[in-house]
Design a protein around this ligand. Structure first.
Ligand SMILES: Cc1cc2nc3c(=O)[nH]c(=O)nc-3n(C[C@H](O)[C@H](O)[C@H](O)COP(=O)(O)OP(=O)(O)OC[C@H]3O[C@@H](n4cnc5c(N)ncnc54)[C@H](O)[C@@H]3O)c2cc1C
Length: 445
């Protein structure tokens, strides 16, 4: 199943397309986090905004209720020090309910064996994963990590950065594991070091929060903020988009064309935006391919013996999100197991599912524990990671560009700020501001 393939529609969405002569200021194509932030931001500047999305709002951030278990389409954690949180706060989205992951008993899986995962100086010294000299080198690197200048690292690959640390193979895999957990990229070496280290700094400093109710709490908050500001939602897909120029841009839908002063494309991936425009997005060719992962979501009668297991030298993520967050009936647990895909993922879908289930069993989950489960074979974690050759975060496709007048982009592959949901929210806010400004200019000319 892919993240954009669901056909469920949101019950409260209007089905009218409206006449093309509607006086719409801003059309937002896509009602995921990026689109909802853009819509709420533009509408709060007094603009008339319409969001088009044929699916239930929230995109990849939406949550499904299965027998009382809240499944977030794979694991979701909010970066407490990330760019997204202050923007969500400013829109009145409350992200306080939830809790940090349970880390003290975390395990690293190395060559098939579970070992104590270093969490700090004490566990680093105790873990049998590393030799004493490797422990010293990893300890020194982690000590200088908070002070690393991520801007200066832009343009260097994470692989080159890691090689310069001379850590030794297992220690390098341990640091790679931290990078993978902080970015969800199976191959962080291929990405820009500034971007990867930046997210590792966020993970190691302020940390993350598993939200009560999952990312649906963000989706609901954004939807409420957008609706309060007067945003209209239409359950229809855009089929193509014509940039502006001498005339305003036009969005074509199955229900007819709609024009507006500006259009925000927040459709999830560079390919989806390029398809609608019928032209490639400048700068997208310098991103990695979309990063994907296979996810096994487990609703359990009890927490597993080992609530957290991360692979060292293999792309395994296993974390118990409930407890600590509220995502299940009382006394029950939700565990997310994920396999981050390499560019040449060797396993078939059914093999990946078996691999994920075997990892869950190794963490202590039994058949009897499982009340509900869901397997998602090919989730798009991000539309593309910034690369060194692309100049890192500043080199990602810009929200606005002269080669597409009236068209703004938003998503987790757009703009110079953040990764994952932070990037979606940050670029959404910038797109909303630009869109409102364009509409204001049109209104006065
Ligand atoms: C397994 C997994 C784990 C993740 N974990 C984290 C995490 O821990 N922390 C974090 O910060 N982020 C995480 N993310 C990333 C985060 O979920 C995304 O970055 C974010 O949700 C992307 O939002 P978006 O609005 O850019 O895109 P999407 O959510 O993909 O939204 C795009 C929307 O556009 C709509 N659309 C597409 N085409 C059209 C069209 N032609 N017309 C109209 N509508 C259209 C789609 O229906 C969809 O609703 C994770 C993602 C995955 C998959």
């Amino acid at each position: 199943m892919t993240d954009l393939s669901h056909s469920d529609t949101h019950a409260t969405i209007s089905h009218s397309s409206g006449p093309s002569a509607d006086l719409i200021d801003v059309i937002v194509v896509g009602g995921g986090l990026a689109g909802l932030v853009a819509a709420a931001t533009a509408a709060r500047s007094g603009r008339r905004v319409v969001v088009l999305d044929p699916h239930r709002l929230g995109g990849r951030a939406r949550v499904d209720d299965r027998k009382g278990f809240r499944f977030n389409r794979g694991p979701r954690a909010l970066y407490l020090g990330g760019a997204g949180r202050p923007i969500l706060d400013s829109l009145g989205v409350d992200t306080r309910a939830g809790a940090s992951p349970a880390v003290p008993q975390s395990q690293g899986r190395h060559q098939g064996e579970l070992r104590l995962l270093p969490q700090g100086p004490g566990s680093l010294m105790r873990t049998p994963l590393l030799r004493p000299a490797e422990k010293v080198r990893v300890g020194l690197l982690l000590t200088k990590f908070p002070k690393l200048d991520t801007k200066a690292l832009a343009g260097t690959s994470f692989g080159a950065f890691l090689a310069e640390q001379h850590l030794g193979p297992t220690a390098a895999d341990l640091v790679r594991m931290l990078a993978r957990v902080a970015t969800y990229a199976a191959e962080p070496d291929a990405a820009d070091a500034g971007a990867v280290v930046g997210n590792m700094q966020l993970a190691l400093a302020e940390g993350v929060r598993y939200l009560d109710g999952g990312f649906q709490a963000i989706v609901d908050g954004l939807q409420a903020a957008a609706a309060k500001a007067g945003v209209e939602f239409r359950a229809v897909a855009a089929t193509s988009v014509q940039p502006g120029g001498s005339a305003p841009p036009v969005v074509h839908t199955a229900q007819g064309p709609i024009s507006a002063a500006s259009v925000v494309l927040a459709t999830g991936t560079p390919a989806a935006a390029a398809n609608l425009l019928g032209a490639p997005i400048l700068g997208a060719e310098l991103l990695t391919a979309p990063v994907t992962a296979a996810c096994l979501e487990l609703g359990l009668r009890r927490s597993p013996r080992y609530p957290v297991v991360f692979g060292i030298g293999e792309p395994l993520y296993l974390s118990t999100h409930c407890p600590p967050a509220k995502l299940a009936p009382p006394g029950h647990a939700v565990v997310h197991v994920m396999r981050n895909h390499a560019a040449d993922e060797p396993l078939e879908h059914h093999e990946q599912r078996a691999w994920l289930w075997a990892a869950a069993q190794q963490a202590g989950v039994t058949e009897d524990d499982v009340v509900e489960q869901r397997f998602l074979a090919e989730m798009v974690v991000t539309g593309g990671m910034p690369t060194a050759v692309g100049g890192g975060l500043p080199g990602r496709p810009a929200v606005s560009s002269p080669e597409r007048p009236g068209i703004l982009l938003a998503g987790d592959w757009v703009g110079a700020v953040g990764l994952l949901a932070d990037a979606a929210v940050a670029s959404g806010a910038v797109a909303g501001q630009h869109a409102a400004a364009l509409a204001a200019t049109m209104a006065t000319t």
